[in-house]
Design a protein around this ligand. Structure first.
Ligand SMILES: NC(=O)c1ccc[n+]([C@@H]2O[C@H](COP(=O)([O-])OP(=O)(O)OC[C@H]3O[C@@H](n4cnc5c(N)ncnc54)[C@H](OP(=O)(O)O)[C@@H]3O)[C@@H](O)[C@H]2O)c1
Length: 256
C-alpha cells in the first residue's frame, strides 16, 4: 500500500472518515461533501490512482486533509493489511490513532439474468459487497471511536426488483441485515450504524447503465446525481447521531 497524502500537521479537533471506493463516483462525492463540513478523509481506491490523487487535491482545495490508500476488497489479505496499518497511517497523517466515521461504499455492478449468472460473478459480488464490508468493519472496531458512525451503502434494488440484478441485490440485502446487527452490537459504545440505499445515480457504475434508466420511474422525474447521495451521507454522518439501525433510501422516490 502506498498512501497518497496531503499535509501531515496534526489536529484532534476534526472528524476523520474512512470511505472505501473514494476515487470515483459516490465515494468521491461523499468525500468532497464531508470535506466541506470539516471532515478529513482516509479514502481507498483499487485501480484509479490518478483519480485518487485528484480527490486528495479536491479535499485540500476545500480546506481538508486526505490520504488515499490502495485496497482491493476482493482480496482478504488486503483488508487485513489495511486495518492493521490504519492506526499508524492515521497517526502519521492526522496525529491520532482513531477515526470517527466508516463508510462501506466500494462496489461494482453486475447485470446478468439468473439464468446467465456464473459462479465467478456470484463469488465476486459476495466478496466485494458482503464479505468485505463485514470483515473490514470487524477489523477496524478497535480503531473507530466510541460514539462513531458507520454507514453501509446498499441499493434501492433491495426494495424493488429489476431483472438482471438478483445476485447484486441479494448481497446488498445482506448488508442491510448486517447494518441492523451492527446497530445492536455497537450501540453500547454509542456507535450508530445505518444503510443508505441509493436509487439510480449517474456515475460510472455498471458502465453508465443507470443513465438509461427511465427518469419516469422516480417521483421527482430524473435519475439521481452523485451530489444527491454525497450530501445525504455528509448530513447523516455530521448530524444524525440518534438515527441508528435504519435503511434510508436516497432515490428521489424511485418506484414508490
Ligand atoms: N450508481 C448507482 O446508481 C448506485 C445505485 C445504488 C447503489 N450504488 C452503490 O454505490 C456504491 C458506489 O457506486 P458508484 O456508483 O460510486 O460506482 P463507481 O462510480 O463505479 O465507483 C466505484 C468505486 O468503488 C471502487 N471499487 C470497485 N471495486 C472495488 C474493489 N473490488 N475493491 C476496492 N474498491 C473497489 C472503485 O475503485 P477504482 O475506481 O479505484 O478501481 C471506485 O472508487 C456501490 O456500493 C454501489 O453498489 C450505486
Amino acid at each position: 500500500m502506498h498512501p497518497i497524502e496531503t499535509r501531515t500537521d496534526s489536529s484532534t479537533e476534526r472528524k476523520i472518515a474512512v470511505i472505501t471506493g473514494a476515487s470515483r463516483g459516490l465515494g468521491k462525492n461523499m468525500a468532497l461533501h464531508l470535506a466541506e463540513r470539516g471532515v478529513d478523509i482516509v479514502g481507498t481506491y483499487r485501480e484509479a490512482e490518478a483519480e485518487a490523487e485528484d480527490v486528495v487535491a479536491a479535499v485540500a482545495a476545500r480546506g481538508g486533509r486526505a490520504t488515499m490508500v490502495r485496497l482491493d476488497l476482493a482480496t482478504f489479505a488486503d483488508i487485513e493489511a489495511f486495518a492493521a496499518n490504519l492506526p499508524a497511517m492515521l497517526q502519521a497523517t492526522f496525529g491520532r490513532v482513531t477515526f470517527d466515521y466508516l463508510v462501506n461504499n466500494a462496489g461494482h455492478g453486475n447485470y446478468t439474468m439468473i439464468a446467465e449468472t456464473t459462479e465467478a460473478d456470484f463469488d465476486r459480488l459476495y466478496a466485494v459487497h458482503l464479505k468485505a464490508p463485514y470483515f473490514l468493519t470487524q477489523k477496524v472496531l478497535s480503531t473507530i471511536v466510541d460514539g462513531g458512525r458507520i454507514l453501509n451503502i446498499s441499493s434501492g434494488l433491495t426494495r424493488f426488483s429489476t431483472p438482471g440484478s438478483s445476485a447484486y441485490a441479494m448481497m446488498k440485502g445482506g448488508v442491510e441485515v448486517f447494518t441492523r446487527y451492527l446497530a445492536r452490537e455497537l450501540g453500547p459504545r454509542g456507535i450508530s450504524a445505518n444503510t443508505i440505499a441509493p436509487g439510480a445515480i449517474e456515475t460510472d457504475f455498471g458502465g453508465g447503465r443507470v443513465r438509461r434508466i427511465v427518469a419516469a420511474m422516480t417521483a421527482q422525474g430524473r435519475a439521481g446525481l452523485p451530489d444527491d447521495v454525497g450530501s445525504a451521507v455528509a448530513a447523516l454522518l455530521s448530524d444524525g447521531g440518534w438515527i441508528t439501525g435504519q435503511r434510508i433510501e436516497v432515490s428521489g422516490g424511485m418506484q414508490v
